[in-house]
Design a protein around this ligand. Structure first.
Ligand SMILES: Cc1cc2nc3c(=O)[nH]c(=O)nc-3n(C[C@H](O)[C@H](O)[C@H](O)COP(=O)(O)OP(=O)(O)OC[C@H]3O[C@@H](n4cnc5c(N)ncnc54)[C@H](O)[C@@H]3O)c2cc1C
Length: 410
């Protein structure tokens, strides 16, 4: 079965990056076909931000939020299609946005579906041919362009090909690694793929009774050579280890470090407090109620299910009265409350990850157009490239910007 005619642009992948590529190709008057393996477009957009779609961030222009061996690539792409252009684009579609904590931008309707509906309407207005259920298994250069074939036998020819097939996280949403295979067929090399924005597994068994507890905390993660990353937000204790905003966000930088072995995170349950001040605070608290047991002395200060693990970590009996707690013990407790070392040994798997770390080497594309340096006419966009962002809308911003640049380029 053959699709009629040859296209100016074929886009493989109907996620955020592919949709933007198709829109920006078509807006330049090019006949464009968007080929998506799923039965619907934008499945990851629909689940983003728990169905509310955190589609960008007020701080999206800050390059510190993006991680890649080629920062120049991100600088150039975000320079060409910055946050303001993205905001203007969505405003033009009729999408009203609101800002939430940490600069995160959401539709005011709180519905990711609205984002996809408006993008689909725009694709229709521009005359983009949307082909669903088109899982592309083969792609090759032929003549002056490309031929791609879906697993059901459909075939398309195009002068330019944009590969926007995503990473390999949350495979049930459609990103199953077939896009990475296509990139390899064109001779591209991929850096190792790892789960990113992902909960972390801790081997520290004494933590298990705290599972389900969520606290506000500062978490610090070592980055090597004396450098640290820190985040202050929710921290969730789970049956396997740690999750919550702090952990997911820091995982973008912790997961690559785990390749060198287990890492020790430091948790401050009283962000901004140093051990000295915490020691003094405990002394005054205990002076007011000297007959209380050590375990009960934290009631009203700490979540009850954290007390057992903390005392277990120091091997202190919870039954002793606080008047008998030595100065040295108080100091150990003060240090633990403000600088609690917790070991993490691995990330959870790709099914639990929001993004993929690694991908097609960022040096393999021209930053101005995202055209492959190996195959003229082939462009790459979105999460298939070795770029990942922090939690908070940065990954979708990368998808919008890189998709627009790849679609417009060439
Ligand atoms: C649970 C979850 C929540 C998230 N929340 C947010 C958030 O709130 N904010 C944020 O910024 N980021 C969020 N992300 C990350 C963000 O969704 C992705 O980084 C972004 O969607 C990547 O866009 P993409 O177009 O590059 O890839 P994808 O969205 O993965 O799109 C790739 C598309 O290509 C299709 N495809 C793959 N292979 C083929 C093939 N061989 N043939 C045809 N089609 C193919 C897939 O079906 C898919 O539709 C979240 C991710 C997850 C998993």
């Amino acid at each position: 079965m053959a699709a009629a005619g040859a296209w100016d642009t074929l886009v493989v992948g109907g996620g955020a990056a592919g949709i933007m590529a198709a829109i920006h190709s078509s807006a330049r008057g090019r006949r464009t076909a968007l080929l998506e393996g799923n039965a619907q477009l934008g499945r990851k957009v629909l689940i983003a931000g728990n169905g509310r779609c955190n589609l960008s961030n007020r701080d999206a222009g800050n390059l510190a939020h993006y991680h890649t061996p080629q920062p120049r690539l991100v600088r150039q792409v975000l320079g060409a299609y910055p946050l303001q252009r993205t905001l203007d684009f969505f405003a033009g579609l009729g999408l009203e946005l609101k800002e939430e904590k940490r600069g995160r931008l959401f539709p005011v309707s709180d519905q990711a579906q609205a984002v996809v509906d408006l993008l689909e309407e725009h694709l229709r207005e521009l005359g983009v041919e949307v082909c669903l259920g088109a899982k592309i298994r083969r792609a090759a250069c032929e003549g002056a362009g490309f031929v791609v074939r879906a697993e059901d036998g459909r075939r398309w020819e195009g002068r330019k090909l944009v590969l926007a097939s995503g990473g390999v996280s949350a495979a049930k949403m459609g990103a199953d690694g077939s896009g990475q295979e296509l990139a390899r067929c064109f001779g591209h090399e991929l850096t190792p793929l790892q789960p990113g924005l992902v909960p972390l597994v801790s081997p520290d068994e004494y933590l298990r009774p705290a599972q389900g507890v969520k606290v506000w905390a500062q978490v610090r993660a070592p980055l090597g050579r004396g450098r640290w990353a820190a985040d202050t937000d929710d921290l969730l204790f789970t049956p396997y280890g740690l999750s919550g905003f702090t952990i997911l966000n820091l995982s973008a930088r912790v997961v690559p470090m785990l390749a060198h072995g287990p890492q020790v995170l430091e948790i401050n349950l009283f962000p901004g407090s140093a051990p000295e001040a915490m020691g003094q605070f405990l002394k005054e608290r205990w002076d007011r109620h000297p007959r209380r047991s050590l375990a009960f002395s934290f009631t009203g200060l700490l979540h009850a299910r954290l007390v057992g693990p903390l005392l277990a970590r120091l091997g202190m009996p919870g039954g002793q009265v606080v008047a008998q707690v030595s100065k040295a013990q108080r100091w150990e407790l003060a240090k633990l409350l403000t600088c609690w070392p917790v070991q993490v040994s691995q990330a959870r798997d790709f099914d639990h990850a929001e993004v993929t770390i690694g991908g097609v080497g960022a040096s393999e594309v021209d930053p101005a157009s995202l055209e492959s340096r190996r195959v003229p006419g082939l462009h790459l966009a979105g999460e298939i490239l070795d770029v990942h962002g922090d939690l908070g809308g940065y990954n979708l911003q990368w998808a919008w910007s890189s998709g627009a640049v790849a679609g417009a380029g060439g």
